[in-house]
Structure formats: C-alpha cells, structure tokens
Design a protein around this ligand. Structure first.
Ligand code: ZN
Length: 88
C-alpha cells in the first residue's frame, strides 16, 4: 500500500458519513464497504503481523512528534534565554 492509496482512501472516508469500526484491526471504514479495506484482504494467520506493523507505525509517529516538540522547546529556550545574553 503506497501513500497514494492511503490518501485516496482517506478522502473517501472523509466524504462518506456512516462509518463502522472494524472488529479485527479497529480502524474505521465506510459502512457501504462489505468488508474492511484495511484488513479485508489479510488472512487470519497474517493478522498478528499486520497489527504489529500498525503498532510500530504508531510508535514511529509518536517518536517523530516527540523529537519535533523537543526541538521546538529547545528553539524557544534559545530565543528566550540564550539570545538576549548575546545581544546585551
Ligand atoms: Zn479491519
């Protein structure tokens, strides 16, 4: 699944109002779909790997957000406390 696919399915979900939560992967999908587009094509024995990959993706995203916030804080700290001492 590439980024184009993700974007395409996201716009489809954003437009369609009724959604339901998948019992297997716990992601939301349009009610008109007869099976979950996220895991509908995945066999039962592959589900564990798929859920693990989803979890890893979530963790990676949280890590990126953490790094971003940390650098933002560092930047604010430098601007507020370190720079004024040089400008004096
Ligand atoms: Zn699913």
């Amino acid at each position: 699944m590439g980024w184009g696919n993700i974007g395409l399915s996201w716009t489809r979900y954003a437009k369609s109002t009724p959604t339901r939560n998948c019992a297997r992967c716990h992601l939301d999908y349009a009610e008109e779909e007869d099976r979950c587009p996220h895991c509908g094509s995945i066999e039962d024995h592959e589900m564990q790997d798929y859920l693990h990959a989803l979890e890893e993706k979530k963790k990676r995203k949280n890590r990126i957000i953490g790094v971003f916030l940390a650098s933002l804080l560092l930047y604010v700290f430098i601007v507020l406390f370190v720079l004024p001492t040089y400008l004096r």
